[in-house]
Design a protein around this ligand. Sequence first.
Ligand code: ZN
Length: 300
Amino acid sequence: MITFEGFDDRTFYLTFQTEEDCLQYLSSMKWAENYKCRKCGHGKFMKGKKSHSRRCQKCKYDESATAHTLFHQLKFSLMIAFEMVFRLSCDKKGISTLGLSEKLSLSYQSCLNFRRKVQYAMRSSQRYPLKNYLEVDEFAVGGYDSESQGRAKGDKKLVNVALEITPDGGFGRAYAVKIEDYSSTELEKIFKQHIDPENTQIRTDKWTGYIPLTKKYNIEQEYSENGQNFRQLHLHIMNIKNWIRGTHHHVSKEYIERYLDEFHFRFNRRTYRKSIFKKIIERLVFSTKVTQSQLRVWAT
Ligand SMILES: [Zn+2]
């Protein structure tokens, strides 16, 4: 059985040297719990036609290691797919799609299509909302914000971000969502999706859009003083903006939330990077509830 816990190139290339290694890794993950035939529910199997596939002893249904996973019917090798997951999850600063395309000698479009699947796997489960002490603020990327004058208005992307501040003043976990405007309804999205309303103290700036939310959430408003009163949060916002501009140059309004998810998936796991690769592969293997057509809609 192949295991991989790491984030360094050498261990990765030593672990996954052949297509067979990748298939074995997927197969042992997919059937880690007892085998059960997808068609008839029978619990015994024999070796299937393809390498690491399993064939039901009763109804003879033959299931490959990649069937019903997001690795099914890829137009390139599993080794390339694994390397893409590795680059996207373990490179500290992530990588642009163009960078992936050059590194893997694969077309830009193929890289982008698969990146969408990985981003899908990187979405927050929303099961572990932020809590204790948080700061929330909204910001714009592109468009008419002060750092990129003169771009088309339609290109302006608005984002709301929430960051946990640890008792010693450090960074905890964070999430960000795309918003359409700075109204209370839009600002509440991040509260609904990512913030535990109980036992959580939230700080925002004095923006009036937060006032209606003070009835439902424990919010304290304070003057921002150009970010001086929200030092950690503003540093975090700067890092998000730098990543979008520096690594990707441009991310459209339609897709920005996927990149925010990707950024925060890595950010929230920065202290235990060893398990990131496995986590993503697991999600790609068990995303069976997502149909191919749903994924296409999500991915276009
Ligand atoms: Zn069967």
